[in-house]
Design a protein. Structure first.
Length: 279
């Protein structure tokens, strides 16, 4: 793990292709999601996209993990292991994915709802709740990213995320023991990026800081359990869950989301924040 929190301009530029390759893998997964496909098949699609792009799936570099993505379904929040179970209409699937390219990393997550006619009981209520939790998580992520654009200290990001969650209707559980992180040559670096207020201010936010902002929410309690596989984190109350994440960098001229093709422009527009590409 790097000892310095801050990267040079040239190092930040090297991170952009890795972010775009990560986004391409998630785009391929999104295009393939349908009833009947398994998360193991989605994992293969993401791996092919990354390797065809000249990269390496960085999740496979994590000791003890052999897949390209984490696939968390319904009440699973994060770290779900891909398997051969066919997805059904209405399933809520959070896909977390990363690519390493030319020695630098990207990391991103999106939540998808499998299309098609939902046959489970209370289908309309299920779909409404799935959308509520996913939309709230996504909104919290963008609120955190927008705050990063002008933050003086890193923990301003967690405050913005918590405020955004509090503004949502209905119960939401904000996981406290799972956080965002720094990123660069390693997928997980310092500093810790909290998704809630903490007393300390955190590192100074200035040019050279590269982080992953990734709120994880349930539709109820923030309490979670871990499956016997040692990886899959589930909501303790069985409520549906969601995970959204982007890799974000601050440089001398502004901020850029490396894992979004537009640098985050669409997601940041409502906040009046305009991302600036690296020159």
């Amino acid at each position: 793990m790097r000892t310095s929190l801050y990267k040079s301009h040239d190092e930040l530029k090297m991170m952009v292709p890795a972010g775009l390759l990560t986004a391409a893998a998630l785009d391929a997964v999104e295009a393939a999601i349908r009833p009947g496909i398994s998360t193991l098949e989605l994992d293969a699609i993401a791996e092919k996209t990354i390797r065809d792009g000249g990269g390496v799936p960085n999740f496979q570099l994590v000791p003890g993990y052999s897949h390209t993505v984490c696939a968390s379904v319904n009440d699973a929040v994060v770290h779900g292991i891909p398997n051969s179970t066919p997805l059904e209409p209405g399933d809520v699937v959070s896909i977390d994915c990363g690519a390493k390219l030319n020695g630098w990393n990207g990391d991103s997550a999106r939540t998808f709802i499998v299309p098609g006619e939902i046959t489970r009981p209370n289908a309309s209520e299920w779909l409404a709740e799935a959308n509520r939790v996913s939309d709230a998580t996504r909104a919290a992520m963008w609120a955190g990213i927008a705050a990063f654009a002008s933050a003086r200290h890193l923990n301003d990001v967690g405050t913005a995320i918590e405020v955004a969650i509090d503004e949502q209707a209905g119960p939401l559980g904000n996981l406290e023991n799972y956080t965002g992180h720094g990123i660069g040559r390693d997928m997980h670096e310092e500093p810790t990026v909290f998704n809630y207020r903490v007393r300390r201010r955190g590192p100074v936010v200035r040019a050279g800081l590269a982080i992953c902002i990734e709120p994880m929410l349930t539709g109820g309690s923030p309490d979670v359990t871990v499956d016997d596989d040692g990886w899959t984190v589930r909501s303790a109350d069985g409520t549906v869950a969601s995970h959204w994440e982007h890799t974000v960098i601050r440089h001398a001229d502004g901020m850029w989301v490396t894992t979004a093709e537009d640098g985050g422009a669409a997601g940041l527009a409502s906040y009046g924040v305009v991302p600036v590409p690296l020159a």
